[in-house]
Design a protein around this ligand. Structure first.
Ligand code: NAD
Length: 499
């Protein structure tokens, strides 16, 4: 295991490592045991302005680099990430708190995305189509847009930057990147590897600091036409308002309140496994985490006792120890928020079946650990069943049939992921059609995504865009339609020339 010494880091602007203009700094510490990870520049609008200017200048050359060459840089990036996968995963277990298997998965997702988007360098397909006029040729091509502002959360500190930065780059855009203040070292490592892979100076710039200062300065800067942000619904609304005056392209991936439906005919053992993984993986801090279980009345009791038994066996600890099942939550404020929802749940009349407390003893007091928490007798309208807790808390809601299950699953403001466990193909297809969510799993939990499919949600989870897959290209490019008239005379479209 690599022992990390706390180090001082800088911003990367126009191909150079530089301090914040103010000279101020902030610390990154481990949620697992409080150890210092690094010191980072506390940047401001002035640093953002420099980064945007560098990215704007670099854009003029980068957009003209043939897309297959841009793709080759991403292939090299994928190789470097692969070589350093273990090292970065260890760092992630320390800085963000994830257990190692999940940290490795986070890095692997970025490797997959780098290969996928690297391949797009040789595709980025447009269309050709017949003209309605003789001697005329029609086509549409994708064009880059300019400087992309990338603002990311801490919960997937390598994967989420990859979903945004890699498609932006292969399409020919340049980037100003603000990683989350809880995981700046991982953001920095991501950029270091891009530089090593051959991304020219100015094409990717990283500016560290808080959302209110650095994030907002990126959002309102007139030379940043595209903003992509993953974060909470509240941040998404604020960013939308701040970007509105300049009619920017804004892509938002926001919160979730995802449910797993378990019908009477389900494979219960599989369902228990899927729920545990979805509810308590990453300590429940995934946008796709399951925080509601909707159980049909015939299986509700058996499912509940199976879940409680298994949840109580989960071992809490530091993420870098191989026998840890559940790591810490990200910081003190998160721990307090999660615990406040336990109080809310009890006050609302739900039955606390297990957990519901801050974990202590065995060195856990040094970090931010919360016991996996399960509530029974949850009403769909309770706050614990409606609001995003973003922690290891799940509520079980009893329903009578598939219609009620789908109604309850849909009865929230979010619409990211959804799931149903059933052996009845007819009910599975009903769920695929009627669950209002960007993702539906059949006989699997709510978490996990493959990079070549679109990722995102409906309703308050986003604003209609998707990341990953071909859908990502639509956000990071603009379509241009091109008409070539080789008739040698002025032909007028839609003008009737028959008389
Ligand atoms: P957050 O909204 O607090 O912060 C996200 C990022 O936005 C951070 O980098 C932050 O510094 C920045 N930010 C905050 N205020 C800003 C502002 N006014 N202007 C510009 N930038 C600003 O979210 P978080 O706590 O880091 O992450 C957890 C949230 O992210 C949860 O709601 C979770 O569901 C969501 N999330 C969604 C997805 C998805 O794909 N739908 C994936 C992961 C996380």
């Amino acid at each position: 295991m690599a022992i990390l010494g706390a180090k001082t880091f800088q911003n990367y602007i126009g191909g150079e490592w530089v301090d914040a203009a103010s000279g101020e700094t902030f610390e990154s510490t481990s949620p697992a045991n409080g150890e210092a990870i690094g010191t980072f520049p506390r940047s401001s609008a002035e640093d953002v302005a420099r980064a945007v200017a560098a990215a704007k200048t670099a854009y003029e050359d980068w957009r003209l680099v043939p897309a297959p060459r841009r793709g080759e840089i991403l292939f090299r990036f994928a190789q470097l990430l692969t070589e350093q996968k273990e090292d970065i995963s260890q760092l992630m277990a320390r800085e963000m708190g994830k257990v190692l298997p999940e940290a490795r998965g986070d890095v692997q997702e970025a490797i997959d995305m780098a290969y996928y988007m690297g391949g797009e360098g040789r595709r980025l397909f447009g269309q050709t189509t017949p003209s309605e006029l003789p001697d005329k040729f029609n086509m549409s091509v994708r064009q880059p847009i300019g400087v992309v502002g990338v603002i990311t959360p801490w919960n997937f500190p390598i994967a989420i930057p990859s979903w945004k930065i890699l498609p932006a780059l292969v399409c020919g855009n340049t980037v100003v990147f603000k990683p989350a203040t809880d995981t700046p070292t991982l953001g920095e490592r991501f950029v270091e590897l891009l530089i090593e892979a051959g991304v020219p100076g100015g094409v990717v710039n990283v500016v560290h600091g808080g959302g209110g200062e650095v994030g907002n300065a990126i959002v309102i800067h007139p030379d940043v036409p595209v903003i992509t942000l993953t974060g909470s619904r509240e941040t998404g609304v604020q960013v939308t308002k701040d970007a509105a005056d300049r009619l920017k392209h804004v892509h938002l991936e926001l919160g979730g309140k995802n449910a797993i439906i378990v019908l009477d005919d389900a494979d219960l053992e599989l369902a228990v496994e899927g729920i545990l993984w979805s509810a308590f993986g990453t300590s429940g801090q995934r946008c796709t985490a399951a925080s509601r279980v909707i159980a049909q009345e015939g299986v509700c009791d058996e499912l509940t006792s199976g879940l409680v038994d298994e949840a109580e066996k989960l071992r809490l600890g530091v993420g870098w120890e191989e026998d840890t099942d559940v790591g810490p939550v990200i910081n003190k404020a998160a721990l307090e928020k999660i615990h406040s929802y336990t109080t809310i749940g009890k006050d609302e009349g739900a039955t606390l079946l297990t957990g519901g407390e801050v974990a202590s003893g065995d060195g856990l007091d040094k970090g931010f650990y919360y016991r996996p928490t399960i509530f029974g007798d949850v009403d769909p309208e309770m706050r614990i069943a409606q609001e995003e807790i973003f922690g290891p808390t799940v509520g079980i809601i009893k329903v009578s049939d598939v219609d009620e299950a789908i109604r309850v699953s849909n009865g929230i403001k979010y619409g990211l992921s959804s799931s149903i466990f059933t052996r009845d193909v007819n009910k599975a297809f009903r769920a695929m059609r009627d669950l209002k969510a960007g993702i539906t799993y059949i006989n699997a939990g709510t978490i996990g995504a493959e990079v070549h499919l679109p990722f995102g949600g409906v309703k308050d989870t986003g604003n209609g865009h998707r990341e990953a897959g071909q859908a990502a290209l639509d956000f990071f490019t603009e379509w241009k339609s091109i008409y070539v008239d080789y008739s040698g005379r002025l032909q007028k479209a839609q003008i009737d020339t028959s008389d």
